[in-house]
Design a protein around this ligand. Structure first.
Ligand SMILES: NC(=O)c1ccc[n+]([C@@H]2O[C@H](COP(=O)([O-])OP(=O)(O)OC[C@H]3O[C@@H](n4cnc5c(N)ncnc54)[C@H](O)[C@@H]3O)[C@@H](O)[C@H]2O)c1
Length: 257
């Protein structure tokens, strides 16, 4: 790994990318505060690695997040790297998704980040260093059909962390917004169980290692936007420069039998 933090606080640590990062750090004896709503998943992780402490918490509950972060700060003394990975991804046409489900996606994916930021970032700014790594998505820079609710939560995430980085540009904290395409994790089961957008078949599903490598390289090079995957950056450029052409293509792909 390119850069090793002294301590890490990871949300979404019970599964997928968050869990992988927690395990990587634990293997180097880096103390990790692992936050997730999945208590059993966290406990199985912490049972395997003594340097991981589990903090079961629902990221949508601002008071509970504040308490968990306060307890994590006591355990870690200070937080050197944050990885905000907690999210959900049920998909579907906006009109076919329940209003409550659409709002829940926003509450977890975006609201969770807001709660975490309020709870932990001031301590990192006070200490004058650290890395604040936030997971958006390719869908947080390029929307498509059937992912409107998820995309909206990830666009909100991208803008939130972009402004946060600019507002704290001289704080000594490094910010990064990670925008992966589809990654081989349990999150994709939520897409399969709801509505899988056909456009997602156009690019290969990448591995968790592809994501962590891109993050480490991006952080080392001081990049704010990190696009894991070979064609992700190009896709984001196409969307910015030729949005109508991109939508035309998406409509064509989605209409294919
Ligand atoms: N896997 C992909 O294809 C993909 C692509 C682009 C971006 N991302 C982003 O990467 C990040 C990590 O995703 P992943 O693929 O590892 O997903 P994952 O489903 O494997 O892990 C997400 C974790 O978040 C936790 N979580 C869900 N709701 C929570 C809540 N209310 N409070 C606390 N924890 C909660 C889950 O329990 C789970 O452990 C997410 O932000 C996701 O949006 C993933």
């Amino acid at each position: 790994m390119a850069s090793q933090p002294k301590t890490a606080l990871i949300t979404g640590a019970a599964s997928g990318i968050g869990r992988h990062y927690a395990e990587l750090y634990a293997q180097s004896n880096i103390p990790v505060a692992a936050l997730d709503i999945n208590k059993n998943g966290l406990e199985s992780l912490a049972a395997q690695y003594p340097s991981i402490t589990a903090f079961p918490v629902d990221m949508t509950d601002s008071l509970a997040v504040e308490k968990a972060v306060t307890a994590a700060l006591k355990t870690l003394t200070s937080v050197d790297r944050v990885i905000n990975a907690a999210a959900i991804m049920p998909c579907g046409d906006i009109l076919s998704q329940d209003t409550a489900d659409i709002l829940k996606i926003m509450e977890i994916n975006y609201g969770g980040l807001v709660n975490l930021t309020k709870a932990v970032l001031p301590s990192m700014i006070n200490q004058g260093h650290g890395q604040y790594v936030v997971f958006s998505s390719m869908l947080g820079v390029m929307p498509t059909l059937k992912t409107g609710a998820y995309s909206a939560s990830k666009f909100a995430t991208s803008v939130f962390v972009e402004v946060l980085a600019q507002e704290n540009i001289d704080s000594g904290v490094q910010f990064a917004c990670v925008c992966p395409p589809a990654v081989n994790t349990p999150l994709l089961d939520q897409v399969r169980d709801t509505q899988w957008p056909k456009i997602m078949d156009e690019t290969p599903i990448i591995t968790i290692e592809d994501v962590t490598e891109a993050i480490e390289t991006g952080l080392k090079k001081g990049r704010f936007w990190i696009y894991p995957g070979k064609t992700t950056y190009m896709g984001s450029l196409m969307r910015r420069l030729f949005p109508s052409a991109v939508w035309k293509h998406i409509q064509k792909v989605e209409q294919k039998a």
